[in-house]
Ligand binder design. Sequence first.
Ligand code: EPU
Length: 419
Amino acid sequence: MAQEVIKIRGGQPLNGKIKINGAKNSAVAIIPAALLAEDVVTLEGLPQISDVETLVSLLGDLNIKTDLDHTNLTVDPTEIKNASLPNHKVESLRASYYMMGAMLGRFKKCVIGLPGGCPLGPRPIDQHIKGFKALGAKIDESSPTSMKIEADELKGANIFLDMVSVGATINIMLAAVRAEGQTVIENAAKEPEVVDVATFLTGMGAKIKGAGTSTIKITGVQHLHGVSHQIIPDRIEAGTYMCMAAACGTEVELENIIPKHIEPLTVKLRELGADVEMNDDSAIIRSKKPYESVNIKTLVYPGFATDLQQPITPLLFLADGPSFVTDTIYPERFKHIDELQKMGGNIHVDQGTATIKPSQLHGAAVYASDLRAGACLMVAGLIAEGVTTIYNVNHIYRGYTNIVENLKSLGADIWSEKL
Ligand code: EPU
C-alpha cells in the first residue's frame, strides 16, 4: 500500500449522519473461525479495513475459496489444506493468533508466524498457550519466528485464565469446539466480541453456554457446518466518532450501534458535559464545550474500554481543570502523548496515569504509533488551530472504514495525500 498522510485543518463544526460498520475485533476472530466449517460460510456487515483483507488472504493460503465483496464475505473451506503460515501477513496483525485456535480445532496441528499488531507495551500470549496445552496440544517454540502447535487428540479441560483476556478466551473456544468432551473457561472475557464469536460458532453447530459471563462451557462436536452471520456493530468505531462529535459536533447522528456496548463512554461523555441522546440503535451527540474535568480508568468489559482511552483524551484539553487517565489493561498505552505535546497539549504520564490540563492545541506533524493513537490524533486534529499532518496512517486504515470520507461528509476539512 502506498504511504499516505492524513491532513486536517481543525475548527470546522461536524454535522450529519454516519453508519457504523461491523466490529473489527469480532470480524478478525470470526474470519479465522470460518475455517472450522465443513461447508460454506457467509458473513455480512464486515468492516472494510486492511486487517479483514489480510485475514481473508491467510484463508486463501489454506486453499480456502473466498469472495470478499465490500462488507460481505463468502468462505468455502471444502477444499481446505493445512499449510504453514509463517509469513509477513501473520506478523502484520495481532489477530492472526486466531488462526492458531481455529487450525488446531480443524487439523490438530498448525505452524504459524508470531503475531504482530499495535505496539501497546508487553502483549504476551501465554494464556492462549496455557489453554491449548490444557486441551492436549504440544507447543514447539524453538523457532524465533514461528510456533508449531500439535495435538494427537484434543480433550476438554478446565482452564482458569490468570487474567481476563479477550484473545485467549476466543482462541480456546475455537479449539475447544472440536475437542472431545467438555471445556470450562473460568475468568473468561465478557466482551461483546466474545459473545459474537460464540453466536457464530453456535450457528455452525457448536455447543457453547455462558458466553458473556465469566464461565464459558463448551462441549466439543465432531462436525461444524456452514452458517450465515451478521457481525455486531463496532463499539470502538462508534465510540471514536462519539468523541469526535463531542469535540466539535453541532449534531452528529450515529446509526447501527448497540447502546449498551458503549455505555461506559456515554456516561463519561455526559460527565464531561456533552449532550448524548441514545435511541434503540442510534445516537445523537452534540458538543457542549467548555467541559468539566473527568477521571478515566480502563477496565475489562463492561468497564471503560482501553481502546477508547486514546480517542477520548483530546477532549480533556477542553475541560476546565486537570483530568486523569489510567490504563489498567495496557499500562504503557501512552505513545500518543508525545504527539499531543507536539500539538501544544499540556499532558504528561507518570506511573501509568496521564494528567491532562486545559490547552489550546495547534496543528503539527504527528506520528500514529498504533491504531487508537491514530484515532486520538484525528480527534486532536479536529479541534486544533491550523493543519495537523498525521503520518503512519496505515495503522488507522487497519481499523476504520473510510474514515477520511466519513469525516469529510460531516463537514471536516480533511484530506489524504500520497507521499
Ligand atoms: N495478556 C497476557 N497474556 C495473554 C493474553 C493477554 O498477559 O496470554 C494480557 C495483555 O498483555 C493485556 C491483558 O492481558 O494486558 C488483556 O489482553 P487481551 O488478551 O484481552 O487483549 P487482546 O485479545 O490481545 C483485544 C483487542 C484489543 C483490545 C484488547 C483489550 C483484538 C484483536 N484486539 O486484544 O484491541 O485492546 O482486547 O480489550 O480483539 C484495538 O482494537 O485497537 C486493540 C488493540
